[in-house]
Design a protein around this ligand. Structure first.
Ligand code: TUI
Length: 315
């Protein structure tokens, strides 16, 4: 069923499954495992210093000969360096997040790079399509990390209706049911982040993986709305304190200072109390640690079986 569609053709991959670009989490090891498993692995540039990012770009070529991607996080002070590294290392696919990707498309699309922005509204999808995006990732507010305001259900359907380039759905998808639902809404691919944190090849701290496996449907909370940067994380002392500071109208400087370094604390040091444990609302569906290839085959296989089973209900 998912053998061949516009997304697999565009990206030259077997299954239309993309691994979400998670800062500090999505390195060459995880991205290569996903690409070797038939999906599209993505290295998250995040706030990485250029030398560290370059090491990952060199490393991934030693781990896979399959297509892979890199994500440019537009809020990062190092995003211009990341764009130049993508050009120099001929990265096949670049996704963007947390901002307007005009300059990424202008710089990289003429070099043959497939640029796929993450968008959180129809207006933004229409704009990036005009600017030359090859496809879009429609990310709903069920996602972890920095999010928009619209749910995946409402966003995917409206974006798919508004633009004719392929739509990849993200946010709240971790199994075959979610994948099939996204396709019913008009998506031709899915991006999963939270499920891939629990890939065996993911180097995130074991405490982080365990926290996701233990979380239920009400395990996450959104903070940062007062900053204009809403971020979804698993509830803990960090989110509680951040929310209190927002309630008491802490200044942007105070909140920035309090939040600084907290994602690294969770992903690298395993601090589940005072770290920023970014995760999507679908964490409750993530049950175990599995190799990336197994995750991809399980999700796509389940979606295909369910499509056949559900088809019968509408006859
Ligand atoms: O970018 C993400 N998710 C992220 S980035 C990140 S690192 C970070 N850490 C601390 C604070 C902030 C970020 C963690 N998670 N997802 C893609 C995404 N892009 N979600 C929403 C958007 C988005 C929002 C508005 C994209 C474009 C956009 O444009 C409108 C505008 O006015 O900029």
């Amino acid at each position: 069923m998912f053998g061949s569609n516009r997304v697999t053709k565009l990206l030259n991959i077997k299954y239309p499954v993309i691994q979400g670009a998670m800062a500090w989490v999505a390195d060459a090891d995880l991205a290569a495992a996903v690409s070797n498993g038939g999906g599209l692995g993505i290295i998250a540039a995040g706030n990485m210093p250029p030398e560290a990012l370059e090491r990952e770009l060199v490393k991934i070529r030693t781990l896979t000969d399959k297509p892979f991607g890199m994500n440019v996080m537009l809020l990062s002070p190092t995003h211009n360096d990341a764009i130049e590294l993508a050009a120099r290392h001929k990265v096949p696919v670049v996704t963007t997040g947390a901002g307007l990707p005009g300059k990424v498309i202008d710089r990289l699309a003429p070099l043959g790079v497939t640029v796929i922005p993450v968008i959180a509204s129809v207006t933004h999808a229409e704009r990036v399509k005009k600017q030359g995006a090859a496809a879009v990732i429609a990310e709903g507010m069920e996602a972890g990390g920095h999010i928009g305001e619209i749910t995946t259900m409402a966003l995917t359907a409206q974006v798919a209706r508004a633009i004719d380039i392929p739509v990849i759905a993200a946010g709240g998808i971790a199994d075959g049911r979610g994948m099939l639902a996204a396709f019913a809404l008009g998506a031709e691919g899915v991006q999963m982040g939270t499920r891939f944190v629990c890939a065996a090849e993911c180097n995130a701290h074991d405490n982080f993986k365990k926290k996701i496996i233990e979380a239920n449907d009400r395990g996450t909370v959104v903070t940062g709305r007062s900053l204009g940067h809403p971020v979804r994380c698993i509830k803990n002392k960090f989110t509680q304190r951040f929310a209190e500071m927002e309630d008491y109208h802490a200044t942007i400087e105070e909140l920035d200072k309090f939040g600084s370094g907290k994602l690294r604390a969770s992903v690298v040091d395993g601090d589940m109390e005072y770290g920023s444990v970014m995760s999507g609302q679908i964490a409750g569906l993530v049950m175990k640690i599995q190799p990336a290839r197994e995750i991809i085959e399980e999700v796509t296989g389940e979606a295909a079986r369910l499509a056949a089973a559900i088809g019968g209900r509408f006859e």
